[in-house]
Write a protein that binds this ligand. Structure first.
Ligand SMILES: [Zn+2]
Length: 257
């Protein structure tokens, strides 16, 4: 257990903190958190003084997406360019930092793509149902009212996913070869029909900062079972990395029409 916890030690290097927590200011030291046991999600709020909101916040993510208020949400417009592949850490998994200049406009706000990563099983549920994986595109906006946002894409078992296949053979913990000059375009991960749910939530790893606008694609994309298994294999010791569903406390979930 101790070894596993050490393996997923969260190192507060400034760059990593920025990458994972949307710029939350944290300095010095190493805190341990995990997805189960004494440092698991129901304890995150007590593990560090800056993390209290993980327990006390009323705008925490993920949530069960159920029903939704029909709304005429504007269509997604995106200008996502390929980016050189590199891997950073995101708890027990990897995050791929995104080069500058790739943008998405969601509900009238223009966001710059910062990084993407994956969870197993999905963090959000749709009508109570988990998917095998969920991809997260983490974004920033210069609009201070909507500075932080994440776009979520459910991934279900089915056909091989061509976008993932471009780099799935070189995931960091099971790397079989060097990154070379591999480029990836996470725009290719998005479903053809980009209808989405929207709600106000938080980052899903400590310190769970709120003020995050979530856009969750209604339509799942597919990956082969072998690709899903490969991701699980690459997680630290084959663990999960999904935070449990959080209470909505009456939050509105808008459903695009
Ligand atoms: Zn995530």
């Amino acid at each position: 257990m101790i070894r596993r916890m050490l393996l997923i030690a969260f190192i507060f290097a400034a760059s990593v903190a920025t990458l994972l927590n949307g710029g939350t200011a944290m300095t010095g030291g190493i805190a341990l958190w995990s997805y189960e046991g004494e440092s698991g999600p129901d304890r995150w709020g007590a593990l560090a003084s800056q993390w209290g909101i993980c327990s006390s916040g009323h705008y925490q993510s993920p949530i069960d997406i159920r029903g939704g208020i029909p709304a005429s949400l504007p269509a997604v417009t995106e200008n996502i360019q390929p980016t050189p592949l590199s891997f950073g850490l995101d708890g027990p998994t990897f995050a791929v930092p995104y080069g500058s200049g790739s943008t998405l406009t969601l509900n009238g706000t223009r966001y710059e793509l910062e990084q993407f990563h994956f969870h197993h099983p999905s963090e959000h549920t749709l009508n109570g149902r988990h998917f095998p994986m969920e991809g997260h595109l983490v974004m920033k906006s210069e609009d201070s009212d909507h500075a932080n946002a994440v776009l979520g894409v459910f991934i279900e078992a089915g056909s091989e996913n061509a976008m993932l296949e471009q780099f799935w053979g070189i995931l960091p913990r099971s790397a079989k070869r060097s990154l070379g000059s591999t480029q990836v375009n996470v725009g290719d991960l998005l479903p053809e029909n980009k209808a989405y749910y929207m709600y106000e939530g938080s980052m899903t790893t400590p310190g769970c900062p709120q003020g995050v606008r979530w856009f969750v694609m209604e339509n799942a994309v597919q990956a082969s079972q072998a690709q899903i298994d490969r991701f699980i294999e690459d997680l630290t010791q084959g663990e999960i990395n999904n935070r449990p569903i959080q209470p909505t406390y009456g939050r509105a979930i808008l459903k695009g029409m």
